[in-house]
Write a protein that binds this ligand. Sequence first.
Ligand SMILES: Nc1ncnc2c1ncn2[C@@H]1O[C@H](COP(=O)(O)OP(=O)(O)O)[C@@H](O)[C@H]1O
Ligand SMILES: [Mg+2]
Length: 268
Amino acid sequence: MIEIHNIHKSFGDAPILKGVTCTFETGKCNLVLGGSGTGKSVLLKCIVGLLKPDIGSITFDGTVFTNNKIEIRQEIRKQIGMLFQASALFDSMNVFENVEFPLRMLTPDMSRAERRDRVEFCLKRVGLEAAGNKMPSELSGGMKKRVGIARAIAPNCTYLFCDEPNSGLDPLTSIKIDELIYEITHEYNITTVIITHDMNSVVEIGDHIVYLHKGQKLWDGTKDEILNAQVPELKEFIFSSSLVRAAKRIEMEGGSLEEIRQEPSKDI
Ligand SMILES: Nc1ncnc2c1ncn2[C@@H]1O[C@H](COP(=O)(O)OP(=O)(O)O)[C@@H](O)[C@H]1O
Ligand SMILES: [Mg+2]
């Protein structure tokens, strides 16, 4: 479990995070939901140590990360896998080498044969066992995300962070990527944190959702609770999504949410 306590972060005079307190549960897809510019990526950067919070603490399974000794922080960072917004693959390396890269960096004692087995296992797990020799420029957006996921989990990560994993993908590919992240999280008991503004993802994989608005947490709960949340800002955010408007309509007409899960909305 990751525990975030009273995180504040300003840039110059501009307060971006204003005392965020929340937890991200083990073995679950934890979503950080909110509109653009609300501080989601800044929160994620604080959690993984790319930014230093002004105030507050972050604890990974009982070990304090913020302001702790460098060796302890490094130990935690080794357990973190990151899926970046634009996949961030190395263009000059093929798919196999991209996935192998963190193993070379983080587990220098691993033999070449062990690395090969692990890379092949991870590529198979994301459905890309035949793509090891391809270059990133030869891949579709969805395939790049899959390679990004394989690379993130290659060193057996305990924590997985994904910043807008669906950005730039069509709705069907988005759902497939969401499902893959969900399955991997549950299969390997990973504490996964996904930044998103996509209500599709909430309905599909939101085990635990934290709603951020203007640098503050206004609500948290599950995907089954969110449609009945009584926070005005969250209600406005949810009902601006055409997917949810469609869901409400079907519900009023006596249908069920399952029906629209089968039928992704086109404009998200
Ligand atoms: N390094 C930075 N320096 C100054 N301002 C920043 C920096 N990073 C983010 N911000 C500002 O913080 C706010 C929140 O950004 P961000 O967390 O990226 O939003 P989002 O919720 O869309 O991910 C934005 O107004 C952004 O301009
Ligand atoms: Mg962002």
